[in-house]
Design a protein. Sequence first.
Length: 139
Amino acid sequence: MGMPDRKLPLLTTETEAFWTGGKDGCLMIQRCTACGLYQHPPLPICSACRTETVLPTAVSGRARIKTFTINHQAWVPGLDEKFVFAAVELEEQAEIYVFTNILAPPEKVHSGMAVKVCFEHHEDVWLPMFELAGGPDAS
């Protein structure tokens, strides 16, 4: 079975780096050049210091699953009925989350589990997905 059809995001000035960074294997998260705060989703100004000097920055792509749900509904053709949708907390900063799919059997997933980014390419978009990082948390 091939990749499922997905509704793709609209690329804007603020979001383009996030949706296209996967082309270079990079998860791009906006960061303030003045105070160093990461913020996601991207905004035109820093939510902490209000400066306009926010730029997409490559992050490690390592995270931990904060919370998740298992979907049991076939929403679009080709999408497996049972899949994991999660909020993952990036290791770069507490409470910086990416909402994403976890590409693992649902029964293997638990909160606190280490994951790493991977990308699913569709047209001009590389959707950030996460897979199990391996090690003791992967079982």
